[in-house]
Write a protein that binds this ligand. Sequence first.
Ligand code: ARG
Length: 290
Amino acid sequence: MVEMAIPDTPRSSTHGEEIRTARTRRYLMCRPEHFAVTYEINPWMDASRPVDTGLAIAQWEHLRRTHLDLGHTVDLLDPLPGLPDMVFAANGALVIDGHALGVRFRHAERAPEAGPYAAWLRAQGIEVTDAVAVNEGEGDFLVVGDLLLAGTGFRSDRAAHAEAQELFGVPVVSLSLVDPRFYHLDTALAVLDDRTVAWWPPAFSPGSRGALRRLFPDGIEATEADALAFGLNAVSDGRHVVVAAAAHDLISALSARGFVPVPVDLSELLRGGGGAKCCTLELRPEAVGS
Ligand code: ARG
């Protein structure tokens, strides 16, 4: 595995009129000790090809170290045998203002993950509201500024969007995903800071594309190659963007916009259909937009 050093950059800098400021985050991750592809619930998964769990763990450890080196806190949830997708912590909840919306998975194979994630959050003193409709946590819910972008089409139900708006009192923008390779919102759109996103427009319905262009006229439109490399499954602290190393166009675009790309290789986890963001759940102690 290629180890990439994190550039030693200031926490804040200006880019034209824009100021790129890192905000320290708290993340939850789950070590891929039991990672495997034993079933197929997205087009990336091929259960006939064995997975190198050791390589997945090494790549994941590098991601964890990257978050820590950027100054963030990483909490860990114990992995459970028989739940090979538990590494994809983003699907464990949506946490805003110290309150969580629990998850309800679309597929039976992942249903038993919801309980351990909720139990861990409750043990931290975070109140968890049980989900009614299907929602796969931050896989389909992304906070940007004081808005919540919410995906539907493959996994989360549209009804879950209303549930999140009622619970958090945050305006929700429903977005329809149309390409099965980009089955969660976080595979097609990355939040870079409170008003900037990177996204791949063809993953969205025409109406959703229009809505995103109105909301983010200066958004970075990624290439198909970036999207296929899971470049949009990125984790940003407002300045540093932890992004798939193979997303070359996106990495250049981020640099050109004053962000600091921090490339990581999670190729083995991509065999489960996940990348950096899928492995990282943000625990927000604060209200959105604050
Ligand atoms: N194999 C997992 C699934 O299909 C991958 C989940 C990826 N997570 C994400 N946040 N996109 O559910």
